[in-house]
Design a protein around this ligand. Structure first.
Ligand code: M6R
Length: 609
């Protein structure tokens, strides 16, 4: 949450223009307020305000600030209201030390009180501002006889919590100071310019050479050099060249990233399924060795984990499997030991709730296999085996292509286990993998093309509704849950998903004429029962929308149907059946006048508990 960018360059260019462009790429991480500070001829210049980057830039001309070093921030509020004062950057009392921060300083009240007793004046209610004052205090105490880096290190020993920090000081006007603990920070390297950002797309336009700062590392950037240290020892930076293109982080003619990302699913799935078999085999071994398996994730990734849970349940019979929402990890902590395997699923690889589960679990000897999209992020670095979804950067806050890629990768893993356990012959396995690899992108493309107009049309029907139900049964529940989450998070229509059989135990009470009920009704064992549940809803006047595979009984009983091709590989259903629901959510949000890329109160990467 919150987007950070810092740039120092020896070229003549003013960095404010680059910082503004980079902040636009980070806006998905927060958009409550925005600010930039530069150092120009030894003096700090700073502009910040409430609103999106475009609006604030128009009002204040952020990109006209002068200077070849600067930091910028787009905020997702945690401590303190959404106001100009609370917008980053923050400064010390002298205005010479400037800081931006992502994360939470847990002991900030204590620190703030002590600093205030020592005469410091605070301008904001944020936890972040204490960092600038602590730095000022350190330098003051040592009467400036302390190097900037040592003062910065002393500050870090005083703060508790999570952070990605970038700091500049007018007294050292070409250096950026960085530190990371549980909040992401990556460094971009170009010969005459160095970047630090919360995420790679921020500087992808300028460089593909990336160094991922690890937890506990402290760094300084000057235009010519990157210096990193950890626990007092120098760390040799290991830059990697990222294959993502700058275009992949742009809208490329689509009105929103979300729509672009929905359309990118065929290629994201093709790339993801083209995975390294050796890694899948290693993960399969871990699954077979484990005595119990926990699927751990949040939000949309949790729904992908649920599909894994149901798939592995079918294959692994009585082996105990658990599906755990990561923020609820403590409830399951008694299950963790060296015989436990955790399958952690995360798009960003940085979700703090997931990390907060993995950290104690690993200490207790559990094995960790992760399914992640962002390479080298915290979760894969904490895992024994990392499987990557190759969906490319996802900018829309609502996960789409990364979700189907997670489901595909888990399906691929499930097939491997089914083979390794002896439930599938080698020939059968080879054929099904071939089918999976070729059919998945094809069928996905077909469904998107055939249903986009229908989704748009249907959106105009439900756009004025306040509620919607998504019903399914058994292993189709993750589709209903994900469909409801998509609609709720971007269109703000209250949407709930529950097993269809449960509706008569309470939820049906609020169904009235025209109440939208979305039925996930594929051609499987659930079809007959879904039919009865449809009748119950119809009898109360509900507006029935079905997602079906040409089942005429359900189509006849529906007011509107997404009719999908018959799915020959059942493992694919959580992919095929979610596609119309992603598009329905998208078009409903747009028709209600909301920006689906930036849902209110949400951020793409959630690094707070
Ligand atoms: O980066 P992660 O996959 O760990 O993120 C988990 C959730 O925060 C995320 O899926 C969230 O629910 C999205 N807004 C869903 O669209």
């Amino acid at each position: 949450m919150c987007g950070i960018i810092a740039i120092t360059t020896s070229s003549k260019a003013n960095v404010s223009k680059m910082i503004t462009t980079s902040l636009k790429k980070l806006e998905y991480r927060g958009y409550d307020s925005v600010g930039i500070a530069t150092i120009n001829n030894g003096k700090v210049e700073m502009l910040k305000d409430v609103g999106t980057i475009d609006k604030v830039n128009k009002r204040l001309s952020l990109e006209n600030l002068q200077g070849t070093i600067g930091i910028g921030h787009t905020r997702w509020a945690t401590h303190g209201a959404i106001s100009r004062e609370n917008a980053h950057p923050h400064s010390d009392c002298t205005g010479n030390i400037i800081v931006v921060h992502n994360g939470i300083i847990e002991n900030y009240l204590e620190l703030r009180n002590t600093l205030q007793e020592n005469g410091h004046n605070f301008s904001s209610e944020t936890d972040s501002e204490v960092i600038a004052h602590l730095m000022e205090e350190e330098l003051k105490q040592f009467n400036q006889n302390l190097s900037m880096i040592n003062a910065f290190k002393r500050v870090l020993t005083k703060i508790e919590g999570t952070y990605a920090i970038t700091l500049i000081h007018s007294g050292e006007p070409d250096t950026i100071f960085l530190a990371r603990k549980d909040s992401p920070l990556v460094i971009g390297v170009r010969e005459d310019t160095k970047f630090a950002a919360s995420d790679i797309p921020a500087f992808l336009e300028y460089t593909k050479k990336v160094i991922v700062l690890k937890n506990g590392e402290i760094a300084t950037l000057t235009p010519q050099a990157v210096y990193i240290e950890k626990n007092g020892f120098r760390v040799q930076p290991k830059p990697v060249i990222i294959s993502w293109t700058a275009e992949s982080a742009q809208k490329s003619g689509y009105p929103h990233f979300m729509l672009k990302e929905i359309h990118e699913q065929p290629i994201a799935l093709k790339n993801t399924l083209n995975t390294n078999p050796a890694e899948i085999m290693k993960a399969s071994n871990k699954i077979l060795e484990a005595e119990r398996i926990i699927f751990l994730a949040c939000g949309t990734s949790y729904h992908a984990g649920l599909t894994g849970y149901y798939q592995f349940q079918r294959i692994l019979g009585k082996k105990p499997l658990y599906k755990v929402i990561a923020s609820e990890y403590e409830t399951y902590s008694h299950l963790i030991d060296e015989d436990t395997l955790i399958i952690a699923i995360s798009q960003s690889g940085e979700t703090l709730d997931v990390m907060k589960g993995l950290t104690p679990a690993r200490k207790l000897g559990a094995s960790i296999v992760s399914v992640v999209n962002v390479i080298d992020s915290s979760i894969p670095r904490y895992s024994h085996i990392s499987l990557y979804t190759k969906a490319g950067p996802e900018i829309g806050v609502a996960a789409t292509k990364t979700h189907t890629a997670q489901v595909a990768l888990l399906a691929r893993l499930a097939l491997q286990v089914e083979h390794d356990i002896g439930l599938m012959s080698a020939t059968e396995f080879t054929h099904i993998i071939e089918d999976l690899n070729t059919l998945t992108p094809q069928i996905t493309r077909l469904i998107i093309n055939q249903n986009e107009f229908k989704a748009k049309q249907l959106a105009s029907k439900i756009t004025n509704q306040n509620h919607a139900y998504f019903l399914a049964r058994g292993y189709n529940m993750p589709i209903a849950l994900e469909g409801a989450l998509k609609l709720k998070e971007i269109s703000y229509i209250h949407a709930e998903a529950f097993p269809a059989g449960e509706s008569k135990h309470g939820p049906i009470a609020i169904v009235e004429p025209d109440f939208p009920v979305i039925m996930i009704a594929p051609n499987d064992w659930t079809a007959q029962k879904m039919l009865s549940n449809t009748e119950e809803m119809r009898a109360r006047g509900a507006y029935i929308i079905s997602v079906t595979e040409q089942d005429h009984r359900i189509i006849k009983r529906s007011d509107y149907s997404f009719i999908l091709p018959e799915v020959t590989i059942p493992l694919l259903r959580p992919i095929t059946h979610i596609l119309p629901l992603q598009m329905l959510a998208y078009y409903t949000a747009v028709q209600r006048g909301f920006d689906p890329d930036k849902p209110k109160n949400l951020a793409k990467t959630v690094t707070v508990e």
